[in-house]
Design a protein around this ligand. Structure first.
Ligand SMILES: Cc1cc2nc3c(=O)[nH]c(=O)nc-3n(C[C@H](O)[C@H](O)[C@H](O)COP(=O)(O)O)c2cc1C
Length: 173
């Protein structure tokens, strides 16, 4: 029987979606993909598994994401499930461990749903896409945390081998 996986994402500049696309290319079966910002109806009984990925902005998850996981806690709990977050602090290996990432701690506090498998991945630094004040904020964060402040360069910090390992763990759920 074909495994049907429900996949949801919360992404602003596309890096979380890119990670989702890498994972879904590696897992077998049928995939239904939804952006949590869109209007959609989900019949959870149609699915065998669920995966959710979300990026961090200004230290927070986006409201729609938290609203979705809290509203659907019961349905999420009934399926093998996984969650990953994408942020820039995770470019440091010790912060890429879900047990040691402040945003995952925040998720644990704000979400009624506690995922069975958790992942934390570094995102992308896309200065070419940011407006002037976003550039300033990101440069400030990078300056404080020892990252790149060179606005001429976009850098993808995602560790794709970690994403592939996560895909394997998700497939094994
Ligand atoms: C305006 C803005 C605010 C951000 N705030 C944070 C932050 O507080 N902490 C962090 O680790 N990363 C932060 N990031 C980095 C994003 O999480 C990272 O760029 C990620 O790749 C974005 O994923 P997305 O393209 O799927 O939205 C921020 C990025 C932007 C553009």
């Amino acid at each position: 029987m074909t495994t049907k996986t429900l996949v949801l994402y919360s992404s602003v500049d596309g890096q979380t979606l890119k990670i989702i696309e890498r994972i879904t290319a590696l897992i077998e079966g049928e995939i239904s993909l939804f952006n949590v910002d869109d209007h959609f109806e989900i019949d959870f009984s149609e699915y065998d598994k669920v995966l959710i990925g979300a990026s961090i902005r200004y230290g927070n998850f986006r409201k729609n994401l938290l609203h979705f996981v809290n509203e659907h806690k019961v349905q999420l709990d009934l399926l093998p499930n996984a969650f990953f977050l994408v942020c820039l602090t995770a470019r440091k290996p010790e912060k890429a461990n879900p047990a040691n990432n402040a945003y995952m701690t925040k998720f644990d506090q704000l979400s009624l749903w506690q995922p069975r498998l958790k992942g934390v991945f570094a995102g992308a630094l896309l200065y070419s896409r940011y407006n002037w004040w976003q550039t300033l904020i990101i440069q400030l964060i990078m300056k404080i945390t020892g990252g790149s402040t060179d606005t001429k360069e976009d850098i993808e910090l995602t560790d794709w081998s970690k994403v592939e390992l996560f895909s394997k763990d998700f497939s094994a759920l």
